[in-house]
Design a protein around this ligand. Structure first.
Ligand SMILES: CC(C)=CCC/C(C)=C/CC/C(C)=C/CC/C(C)=C/COP(=O)(O)OP(=O)(O)O
Ligand SMILES: O=P(O)(O)OC[C@@H](O)CO
Ligand SMILES: [Mg+2]
Length: 240
């Protein structure tokens, strides 16, 4: 069954989903087996692989290494076309809706097509909204776009809705990798109220209580990366 269909079915059953984000440039491949063991013992339902900048070829090597140890779906969360690899199961085909840089709204996508023709990846059109977190993020720097302010609630909501109306199948609210504080309840609730598609939330989530708050505000899928890079103790709290 398709990964997207599985997400929809899980949500219909009232389940919450959890993605562990692995950045190929920060994660030594030699750590894969031991790390994936912890992922498998946890509530994680998906593995996301990606980074705002990743050296060429690193994504494929990492995905192949992870695949040896798990059947969890591996979903590419790419900062660039170079991160596309057939070794993964699906691709978040991100469009950076918070920005006004055409390269990240449609340009990279046109470039990606010749690569995608030769893969079996499930492509999932995903709106990606960067919300200001108090410090400049790598995504802002790489894409030359500004994040939307947390106070511009109506703009965030309307941006997400516009993405849904354009046919996007997932909406990702990004608080910025390693953000000091995660996206607030108010922002998540307001977006969730307007949307009929699954909502992904990530950025700066580091504890079980933040995970619970983010789910209760309406996130369907939570993404955590930095917390596991800093210290994989969090897995202790996330045991199944
Ligand atoms: C269409 C294709 C295949 C590629 C372009 C995809 C687009 C539009 C991406 C949006 C902008 C972007 C650069 C997203 C990056 C997403 C990501 C993996 C963020 C995580 O960033 P980290 O690499 O963890 O950031 P740090 O390096 O700051 O930790
Ligand atoms: O690395 P963290 O802060 O967990 O954020 C996850 C993801 O949303 C970053 O793109
Ligand atoms: Mg990161």
């Amino acid at each position: 069954m398709s990964i997207y269909k599985n997400i929809l079915d899980a949500i219909t059953r009232g389940e919450k989903l959890f993605a562990v984000l692995i950045d190929p440039d920060k994660f030594p491949v030699s750590r894969s087996e031991q790390f994936i063991k912890k992922v498998k013992a946890s509530i994680a339902t998906h593995i996301f692989v990606g980074g705002s900048t990743v050296s060429s070829g690193a994504t494929e090597i990492l995905v192949q290494a992870i695949k040896k140890h798990t059947h969890l779906p591996i979903v590419l969360f790419p900062g660039d076309v170079t991160q596309i690899t057939d070794a993964a199961d699906a691709l978040l085909f991100l469009s950076l809706l918070s920005g006004r840089n055409p390269e990240y709204l449609i340009g990279k996508h046109v470039e990606a097509v010749s690569k995608l023709r030769n893969t079996n990846l499930e492509v999932i059109p995903t709106g990606y909204i960067l919300i200001e977190s108090g410090k400049e993020t790598m995504v802002s720097r790489v894409t030359h776009t500004e994040a939307i302010s947390r106070d511009d609630l109506q703009i965030v909501v309307d941006t997400a809705k516009a993405g849904e109306l354009l046919g996007m199948q997932l909406m990702y609210l990004e608080g910025g990798s390693g953000a000091k504080t995660p996206i607030t309840k108010n922002v998540i609730e307001s977006v969730k109220n307007e949307l009929n598609i699954p909502l992904i939330v990530g950025g700066g989530i580091r504890s079980m209580s933040q995970i619970e708050d983010t789910y209760s505000a309406g996130a369907d899928i939570i993404v955590v990366g930095t917390a596991f890079e800093e210290d994989d103790e969090l897995f202790e709290e996330l045991k199944k």
